[in-house]
Design a binder for this molecule. Structure first.
Ligand SMILES: *Cc1c(COP(=O)(O)O)cnc(C)c1O
Length: 385
């Protein structure tokens, strides 16, 4: 079997699809050290710069002193600690939701949520560009999966009309993670009652980013919390920590606690991780300056890239793809940018559809005007034909 594995790897290499790890030295931030050289980091999801924020770090350190390093067991055995309960209450309040439940990562939350809600008798309506964790969860749930074209509400409604399933579940990213576009949520939520369907909303890139107060996509679109809308969000992106949450009606949370295998069969999050996320929410809630700065920076970079002639693929958020096309070409572009002092990862299939390899630029509130200038100049110098 080893021969086949080696063969598999050389095939990936030939297709420009072999992946390798890049080392970032020191903490995350707008500038990081790679291979001993300082570069501007333009591909992290630490949108608000909270992953190395002094108050967030202090909260984590204090939590270790108070509660130790590990939870020691799953939540349902003996791992349910004060730090978890405090964070869930904070999230519930922040999201204005009836109830909240922590998961150990966004990947796990989607797995745990979709497999608990959907079974063989369920039809799941899933956007074609949904995150891999949703795709994997749909397979594991054994539900009948109907995929619709990205953000195509008419296609979605057509599928809903044709469905005879008793249980209908729509699942969508609210911000598409590799495109930076938004799901048409006013239209999608308008379908729920009419078709007796529920909606799972993946707010991974909306939490702490969208909405005046960073509460996510529902706040952005001014959509009211609804018993048929279930939201998930991550703590590892804008909230600078690790883990994820689901917010929903109490009946959904009850079901997850009793049924969701990725919730039940895993050790609870370390208390320090929870305390860091709690502090991050406190910071965002108290003052929206970081969120405003994030959007100011987003505008500067989007405008700068477009003016330099780059195709940003209709991005409307701090995720700004720059279309390249070829797999090798995308990785070569990433390498050239790094030579010019800017780190942006190339993104290839199967993360994005075949033929749409791209550089995925992300902007954070921590970037200074100087950082952004360096980044835009690097794009012009390194990539103009
Ligand atoms: C990152 C991401 C996840 C996974 O979240 P983690 O906490 O990193 O596991 C899920 N959904 C989307 C849309 C994401 O971008």
């Amino acid at each position: 079997m080893r021969d086949e594995i080696i063969e598999e790897i050389s095939k990936l290499t030939a297709l420009g699809l072999k992946r390798t790890l890049r080392l970032v030295e020191g903490p995350q931030g707008p500038r990081v050290t790679m291979d001993g050289t300082e570069v501007v980091l333009m591909c992290s999801n630490d949108y608000l710069g909270l992953a190395n924020h002094p108050l967030v770090k202090e909260a984590a350190i204090k939590a270790i002193e108070k509660w130790g390093t590990g939870a020691g067991a799953s939540r349902l055995v003996s791992g349910n600690m004060e730090a978890h309960v405090i964070l869930e209450e904070r999230i519930r309040e922040f999201k204005r939701s009836p109830s909240a439940l922590l998961f150990n990562s966004g990947y796990n939350a989607n797995m745990g949520l979709i497999t608990a809600l959907a079974d063989r008798g369920t039809e799941v309506f899933s956007d074609r560009l949904n995150h891999a964790s949703i795709v994997d969860a749909c397979v594991l749930s054994r539900a009948k999966v109907k995929r619709y074209a990205n953000r195509d509400v008419d296609a979605l409604e057509g599928l809903l009309k044709a469905s005879k399933a008793k249980k209908k579940l729509i699942v969508t990213d609210s911000v598409f993670s590799m495109d930076g576009t938004m799901a048409p949520l006013p239209e999608i939520t308008g379908l729920l009652e009419k078709h007796n369907a529920m909606l799972v909303l993946d707010d991974a890139h909306a939490t702490g980013v969208l909405g005046e107060r960073g509460r996510g996509s529902l706040e952005h679109f001014n959509i009211k919390e609804h018993p048929s809308i279930i939201q998930m969000g991550t703590l590892g992106k804008a909230l600078g920590s690790f883990g994820a949450f689901v917010t929903a009606g109490q009946e959904i949370i009850d079901l997850l606690i009793s049924r969701s295998r990725p919730f039940i069969y895993t050790t609870a999050l370390p208390p320090s991780v929870c305390a860091a996320a709690t502090k991050a929410i406190d910071i965002i809630d108290k003052d929206q300056a970081l969120i405003r700065k994030l959007w100011e920076n987003t505008l500067i970079v989007t405008k700068g890239l477009k003016e330099a002639g780059f195709d940003t693929m209709g991005s409307r958020t701090p995720i700004i793809p720059v279309k390249v096309g070829g797999n090798q070409k995308a990785m070569e572009a990433s390498r050239r940018l790094l030579e010019h002092g800017v780190f942006v990862q190339g993104i290839r299939p199967p993360t994005v559809p075949e033929g749409t390899a791209r550089l995925r630029v992300t902007v954070t509130a921590a970037h200074t005007g100087e950082d952004l200038k360096t980044a835009l100049n690097a794009f012009k110098e390194a990539l103009s034909a």
